[in-house]
Write a protein that binds this ligand. Structure first.
Ligand SMILES: [Fe+2]
Length: 250
């Protein structure tokens, strides 16, 4: 098997090394297709990368993967639909920053999907995206229409205890049109959302729960949902804190 010494994510013009994988893993994870002497990333963003080829042969050790295009596109879509709402946009930027940091330490294999989901987790609030009025479902539907990977779509759909609110709103069937993401991945997005204030500042999960409850009236479905799901939201945050404390320091 051809050994790849370095797999590099390219965020032109900046290039950064992210992980080491062998060729088979790279193909499985990144969707590589072999050419005679070149490799082309085809599965994620073909329209954006089909002009970007790189040499890959037995003697070539550096392979360029363009997964960061996914994050760039998610960020761009979020800005397009949310940047007119300054508070929401500040919150989303804070969530994305936290998600990137945590994903890089706990789940680098999914860091691009996690970052993309963080950028888009609240896009369903945008007036031109909202359809049902339940932002996880509307945001996930939007992400799917934008051909985001299904993991990104499912993270948006199920972030921050959305299942409880979907049940209370009678929208469980709509939510369940999306796949349930792996809990260990979902926890990272939920953690980022629950530890970021509405203005993008770090906040404790307990303060965040209190803040949400104070913002919505008792007759609002969000109030009821967060009241019900608070123990699980706090548990998700605790799981991430435990994983972070066990992870190697950077
Ligand atoms: Fe959020």
């Amino acid at each position: 098997m051809t050994r790849i010494e370095t797999v590099t994510a390219c965020t032109s013009p900046v290039t950064r090394e992210v992980r080491r994988l062998d060729l088979q893993e790279a193909w499985q994870r990144m969707g590589w297709r072999r050419g005679c002497s070149k490799a082309l990333l085809v599965s994620r963003e073909p329209a954006r990368v089909d002009h970007r080829r790189c040499r890959m042969g037995a003697s070539v050790s550096t392979v360029m993967v363009m997964t960061s295009d996914l994050v760039t596109r998610a960020q761009s879509l979020a800005a397009q639909h949310l940047s007119d709402a300054p508070r929401r946009w500040a919150h989303v930027q804070g969530v994305a920053a936290t998600a990137v940091e945590v994903a890089s330490r706990l789940d680098p294999a999914h860091s691009d999907e996690i970052a993309a989901a963080a950028w888009l987790h609240d896009v369903g609030y945008a007036p031109d995206v909202a359809t049902t009025g339940f932002h996880p479902v509307d945001g996930a539907g939007f992400a799917r229409s934008e051909r985001m990977p299904e993991l990104v779509v499912s993270l948006i759909a199920f972030h921050t205890g959305s299942e409880v609110e979907a049940q209370q709103r009678g929208l469980l069937e709509e939510l369940n049109t999306f796949a349930t993401p792996p809990l260990a991945v979902l926890d990272i997005v939920t953690y980022a959302d629950m530890t970021t204030s509405p203005t993008g500042e770090p906040i404790s999960a307990e303060e965040r729960v209190a803040e949400i409850l104070s913002r919505y009236g008792e007759d609002n479905p969000v109030f009821a949902a967060v009241s019900t799901s608070a123990p699980e939201l706090l548990a998700a945050v605790a799981r991430i804190e435990e994983r972070l404390s066990s992870a190697q320091p950077r």
